[in-house]
Design a protein around this ligand. Structure first.
Ligand code: MLT
Length: 311
């Protein structure tokens, strides 16, 4: 069941979208297990599900709605679907305890929305890890993959220990500790193209993180630390694949996506100058143009990928 979400309507929200971009109103959809999930969707055509990073929510994709607005590059050819994963943003918890569980949840969200046709799955960082598990577990539900500012490799022991430490501090002091630890690392050090927009972006990110439930942050940190290495699995991905990374991404640097591009059979890589770890927010114009050309040239025209033994 899907219904409007009262009190959250922001059809035109200049502050959040970086300009007077049309932002569709949020809906609540209910999963079979009773959890209510916040989703925004707009447009008609190939479904593209947009999966947010950690510990953010679907509003990180506010700059992408222009793609399907009247006269946008994907007007009439794509339907954007941007959920808050369980526990994040306005969605009910509990948060899935593994990245694979988050992938199961995305399929449940698509089912609840009545979207049974194959989708393009696009995810940033943690969302990109979820996309990799969708590709491994549900290849027949996909017709394209977009991995943004993410990587295939598992955490190093040091990175895992860092997550345990952050989780303990968040448990003791609250979500603001996560904002303090993460926000300074998310954007490119020199965001020349944004000027004063940089501090507005940082404020948005900080507010989103501070509003995230402590239990969600801690569960997700454990899931991130435990996630498996997907390098071997990626050699079996068969869908057209776009890899996008900010040239100044210090969390998942371009080398991560260069390694992925060498492994994934149908991958193309775009390194976006002047961006850090949040490319779709930092340079929505460049990101949107690349996503639109990928959809038009690699997805809409592509024959269905075979999920087993495709050449
Ligand atoms: C994210 O942006 O989702 C996180 O940086 C993912 C991670 O910590 O591995």
């Amino acid at each position: 069941m899907t219904m409007p979400l009262p009190g959250r309507r922001t059809p035109l929200d200049p502050d959040r979208s970086g300009g007077s971009q049309p932002v569709p109103e949020p809906l609540l959809t209910t999963l079979a297990d009773g959890r209510r999930i916040v989703v925004r969707q707009a447009g008609t055509g190939v479904p593209i599900v947009l999966l947010h990073g950690f510990p953010l929510d679907h509003t990180m994709w506010d700059g992408q709605w222009a793609l399907v607005a009247a006269g946008g590059a994907l007007d009439g050819s794509a339907r954007l679907i941007a959920p808050d994963l369980a526990g994040f943003g306005g969605s009910d918890g509990p948060t899935a305890s593994s990245i694979a569980g988050m992938a199961d949840e995305v399929v449940a969200i698509l089912d609840a929305l009545g979207c049974h046709e194959p989708v393009v799955a696009c995810g940033l960082s943690m969302g990109g890890y979820v996309v990799q598990h969708l590709a491994a577990r549900y290849p027949d539900r996909l017709r394209g993959i977009v991995l943004v500012d993410t990587k295939l490799e598992a955490d190093t022991p040091a990175a895992r220990a860092g997550r345990v430490d952050l989780s303990e501090r968040v448990g003791r002091w609250g979500a603001r500790i996560a904002a303090e630890a993460l926000v300074p690392r998310l954007l490119a050090p020199h965001l020349l193209s944004l000027g004063s927009g940089r501090s507005a972006l940082e404020t948005r990110l900080r507010e989103t993180i501070q509003q995230t439930a402590v239990a969600t942050i801690r569960t997700a940190l454990a899931a991130l630390g435990d996630r498996p290495d997907m390098t071997a699995a990626a050699t079996g991905f068969v869908q057209p694949t776009l890899l996008v990374v900010g040239a100044e991404d210090g969390i998942t640097p371009p080398e991560c996506l260069e390694r992925a591009a060498a492994l994934i059979r149908h991958a193309e890589l775009e390194i976006v100058a002047g961006c850090g770890h949040m490319t779709p927010m930092e340079d929505p114009t460049a990101f949107n143009a690349r996503l639109a050309s990928f959809l038009r040239e690699r997805v809409v025209t592509a024959p269905p990928a075979r999920s087993r033994g495709a050449p």
